[in-house]
Design a protein around this ligand. Structure first.
Ligand SMILES: C[S@@+](CC[C@H](N)C(=O)[O-])C[C@H]1O[C@@H](n2cnc3c(N)ncnc32)[C@H](O)[C@@H]1O
Ligand code: SF4
Ligand code: SF4
Length: 331
């Protein structure tokens, strides 16, 4: 088995302080170490790699890293807040065959700037439109939460207008600075959000939330909507993909999920394929992948493929196998 994809947080530095940010705190790899890692990721041959951070455009050598992936023939996506882009940089990134995913967590200036503290809505829209005009805008990403869920449909319209291929809606995980519950949708708000997304909206949408399918099934919406067939982030199996992809922290620690407080080793000490082999033979991951280990509502749930978000569950309950506290069907 190869990873569904590799997600590398290339730096912990960022020019914004978003309300919901999970944060990353570790010293980034040197250019030499980072280029070695590019080679290792290419060698592992996942279907694609996503680079984020922190803000990946804070790295002075980001174009060299992207060029390394390009030369290796790797499908590469850069996840960015979009604020540091300009026409020249967009041209260089797109000439390397890399596509951008720009995070815009609000369809109005007020909501966006309230969440993405330090960013300017008009500037980001201009930059996103420039990417769209070059055919380099893979997706707009929006984390769905209390302050912005009413803007899901306007966001879909905005993404179309900007020239994006997809809109990715991401489920909230515990933020670093702000209380999780203050941003978490109520069960009814989840239902309202998911049914808005599940309709044919004239653009591919993908929901990065394991209980999306269970909830829309409960609402009587079809599983065969266009929104379920696509997705840059892997939805193979439809549920939580803990340990089936790799997340690499800025300092090279390799984790089974962006949000998991555990590491399978550092790329400073081991080759990436060795770490992947260790992951694949891990008893802990085998337990995580086994639906019969689930407790509570997740344990008795009919949607076995969902599994609930394991990292969020652990962060909120201290137990890897409990019910996902965010799930509207489990509350
Ligand atoms: C950590 S950011 C790094 C890349 C870049 N700085 C950006 O904002 O797009 C990557 C993605 O994770 C999302 N994200 C950050 N904190 C999150 C959280 N607590 N729950 C879910 N997604 C989160 C961001 O909104 C963004 O789309
Ligand atoms: S979400 Fe992205 S842009 Fe916002 S603070 Fe976090 S790393 Fe920075
Ligand atoms: S109760 Fe658990 S398994 Fe069932 S839909 Fe919710 S998160 Fe998924």
């Amino acid at each position: 088995m190869i990873p569904y994809y590799v997600n590398w947080a290339t730096t912990d530095r960022c020019n914004l302080s978003c309300l919901h940010c999970r944060g990353t705190e570790s010293e980034e790899l040197s250019t030499k170490e980072a280029l070695n890692l590019v080679e290792d990721i290419v060698g592992l041959n996942p279907p694609y790699v996503t680079l984020d951070g922190g803000e990946p455009l804070m790295r002075a050598d980001i174009l060299d890293l992207l060029a390394g992936f390009s030369e290796g023939g790797m499908t590469t996506y850069l996840i960015t807040n979009g604020t540091l882009l300009d026409e020249k940089l967009i041209g260089k990134i797109s000439d390397l065959g890399v596509k951008l995913m720009i995070s815009i967590d609000g369809a109005t200036k007020n909501t966006y700037e309230m969440i993405r503290i330090g960013a300017n809505f008009d500037q980001v829209l201009k930059n996103a439109r420039d990417c769209g005009d070059r055919g380099a805008l893979k997706a707009i990403s929006m984390v769905i939460m209390k302050p912005n869920f009413k803007e899901i449909l306007p966001m879909i319209e905005l993404a179309k207008e900007l020239g994006a291929e997809q809109v990715i809606f991401v489920g909230l995980k515990p933020p670093k600075e702000v209380n999780f519950e203050s941003l978490l949708l109520t069960p009814d708000q989840y239902r309202e959000s998911f049914s808005a997304i599940a309709h044919e909206n004239g653009i591919e949408t993908f929901v990065d939330e394991p209980f999306f399918k269970p909830v829309i099934e409960e609402l009587g919406l079809s599983r065969d909507e266009k929104c379920l067939e696509s997705g840059i982030l892997s939805n193979q199996g439809g549920g939580c993909i803990f340990g089936k992809y790799m997340f690499i922290e800025p300092d090279g620690e390799v984790k089974p999920c962006t949000f998991a407080p555990m590491s399978f080793g550092s790329v400073k000490d081991k080759r990436l394929n060795e770490i992947w082999n260790d992951m694949m033979s891990s008893d802990f991951l085998k337990k995580i992948w086994d639906p019969s280990t689930r407790k509570g509502r997740c344990g008795s749930c009919v949607h076995k493929e969902c599994m609930g978000c394991r990292s969020r569950t652990f962060a909120l309950t201290g137990d890897w196998f409990e019910t996902d506290p965010a799930c509207p069907l489990g509350r």
